[in-house]
Design a protein around this ligand. Structure first.
Ligand code: ZN
Length: 191
């Protein structure tokens, strides 16, 4: 079933959630505003942001970071961190991940916490989109193959309105890593 949410739908969801979590105004939360660095969200705000996004969208956000998953797949931390800073591969993986960080946001040599600091409304919306791209092939209740957004804003079957569960954020991230690593190897060979 294809994802019934567009990037702009999900940006609007993250914006509304931040307005309620941070008590800011909609004008403060442009799509490319960094949630920690520019809106001063702290770790408790992020706990609340995550909880509210999961509840709103009916998804499970990842517990582990892209870098944790990268280390798990490679089995070798030294390919991901160099003296605690991101390697070229780590920065590439973050840009190619669901977060879709831009080149001017994430580069080799940054510290991992700096990445979290610069994550924008759009990066979080893209994470949700990557997870919602992992809906089941067919509705588990009626076998229909189209999803839609319910009036309350969750993914449901377009035929029988059953709620749909996307694979979890950690499963989705883990599944995305091997392709990223092989694209990285290809860019190395090409260079
Ligand atoms: Zn159905």
């Amino acid at each position: 079933m294809s994802n019934p949410f567009s990037e702009s739908d999900l940006i609007a969801v993250v914006q509304r959630t931040l307005v309620s979590v941070l008590g800011c105004t909609p004008g403060d939360v442009a799509a490319d505003v960094a949630i920690a660095n520019e809106l001063d969200a702290d770790s408790l705000d992020f706990v609340e942001l995550r909880f509210n996004l999961e509840k709103q969208l009916g998804i499970v956000l990842p517990q582990k970071s892209v870098l944790d998953h990268l280390v798990a797949v490679l089995g070798d931390e030294s390919q991901v961190y160099d003296k605690g800073r991101l390697t070229e591969l780590a920065a590439y993986a973050l840009r190619e991940s669901f977060f879709a960080y831009r080149v001017d946001q994430v580069a080799a040599g940054m510290q991992p916490y700096e990445v979290m600091g610069c994550a924008t409304v759009r990066n979080w919306a893209n994470l949700c989109k990557g997870i919602l791209d992992g809906l089941p092939e067919r509705c588990p209740d009626c076998g229909h193959d189209k999803a839609e957004v319910s009036p309350s804003g969750r993914p449901i079957c377009a035929a029988c309105s059953s709620p749909l569960k996307a694979r979890t954020g950690d499963d989705a991230l883990a599944a995305s890593i091997p392709g990223i690593v092989s694209r990285w190897s290809e860019t190395r060979v090409a260079a």
